[in-house]
Design a protein around this ligand. Structure first.
Ligand code: AMP
Ligand code: MG
Length: 345
């Protein structure tokens, strides 16, 4: 398949390219597009064949459901059976934005899109190009992240090309992605909403709007034997090719341990906050951002992991970062990227 690559800036959206992209989706094709979280791999969410193509293009197991992206709030009721009162409050506070909600699905949503489930994940993004594209595509774009299954999610179009060139009809290059980790997923089908995947919108932010919010126990305790409620959280996701270990503890002990483990080891890279870069003299170090700025770390994390792949890095030793705010999402992805290899010092 020949993949057409177009550049579209959010400030001045090229409507001709967007119309063409929309038409591809309506014809059952696939288009990768930018959102505020990561790049998405879009197909028609109401067409089972399109969803099957998405799984095939990504090499994704077909029991790992897709998120349907909408561009108008009135479209929500066309695909979900009911919108609970608490969900309405969440919508008022956080949509459009980097938050996905799980609802009971209507019959028009094919099981291919929901990985066989009776529920559907829905997101209303805020990214200008994404919104125009979803509208041109008919309003219901199923989209997982635009990477090959198991690889870090793409935050730049060049990484989408690396994974999907020749596997999709079009890639819309929208430049840099502002947030850099995937949306928060909240299950709204139970009386008390439950976070299935942490993201930019935190538990605290949600609790201010709807009161008590639970977190899927498998996110809080990596040794938890229960099955994660978001099927996608079961797989080893977000993984770089290198063998990766996260070293956790007080700053000084972490630095000392990484120095001890990584000195004189060929192909070893340290992921460090900006404040500690100078401590790793003689080692190859990548700066993930200031320890005071979790959003900066979020937006750099996948890029840094992909750079390690590009450079053939064999071993990654990562510091652990703040768990506060979006830091919870960063640490969730970091630990998954490391295949749960954590060293407490
Ligand atoms: P991705 O689009 O790659 O960020 O993956 C979408 C995530 O949403 C995966 O972890 C899915 O398992 C999760 N998801 C999608 N639909 C549902 C659903 N109906 N119930 C629970 N999790 C879902
Ligand atoms: Mg993904």
């Amino acid at each position: 398949m020949n993949t057409k690559i177009v550049s579209v800036s959010s400030e001045n959206v090229d409507m001709k390219a967007i119309e063409e992209a929309g038409q591809i989706i309506k014809n059952g094709g696939l288009v990768a597009f930018p959102t505020e979280t990561v790049y998405g791999l879009g197909g028609d969410g109401l067409n089972p064949e399109s969803s099957n193509k998405i799984y095939a293009a990504k090499g994704r197991p077909s029991d790992n459901p897709l998120i349907i992206h909408i561009c108008r709030i009135e479209d929500l009721e066309k695909i979900v059976k009911c919108v609970p009162e608490k969900a309405k409050k969440v919508i008022d506070a956080f949509w459009p934005g980097p938050l996905t909600m799980i609802f009971e699905k209507r019959d028009c949503v094919p099981r291919e899109t929901t990985g066989g489930l009776d529920t559907v994940a829905v997101r209303f993004p805020i990214h200008e190009t994404a919104l125009k594209f979803i509208e041109a595509a008919g309003g219901f774009v199923a989209a997982p992240s635009a990477n090959l299954s198991g690889r870090p999610s793409p935050t730049l179009a060049k990484y989408v090309c690396e994974d999907l060139n020749g596997r999709v009809d079009m890639i819309i290059d929208g430049g840099n992605i502002p947030i850099g980790v995937e949306s928060t997923i909240v299950d709204m089908t139970s009386e008390i909403p439950m976070i299935l995947r942490p993201g930019y919108v935190t538990k605290e932010m949600l609790e201010e709007v709807v009161g008590e919010v639970k977190v899927d126990p498998t996110i809080l305790d990596i040794n938890c034997k229960e099955r994660p409620k978001a099927p996608g959280m079961r797989y080893r996701h977000y993984a770089p090719k290198a063998d990766m270990t996260v070293v956790r503890g007080e700053d000084e002990s972490v630095i000392a341990k990484i120095l001890e483990m990584g000195q004189n080891i060929e192909g070893c890279v340290v992921l460090s906050v900006s404040e500690h870069i100078d401590k790793y003299k003689g080692m190859t170090v990548k700066d993930v951002g200031s320890k005071e700025d979790s959003l900066q770390i979020a937006s750099n994390l996948y890029k840094v992991l992909r750079e390690c792949d590009d450079e053939g890095v064999k071993i990654i030793l990562s510091e652990s970062f703040s768990n506060q705010g979006i830091g919870a999402a960063v640490m969730n992805r970091l630990i998954k990227a490391a295949g749960h290899q954590i060293l407490d010092v």
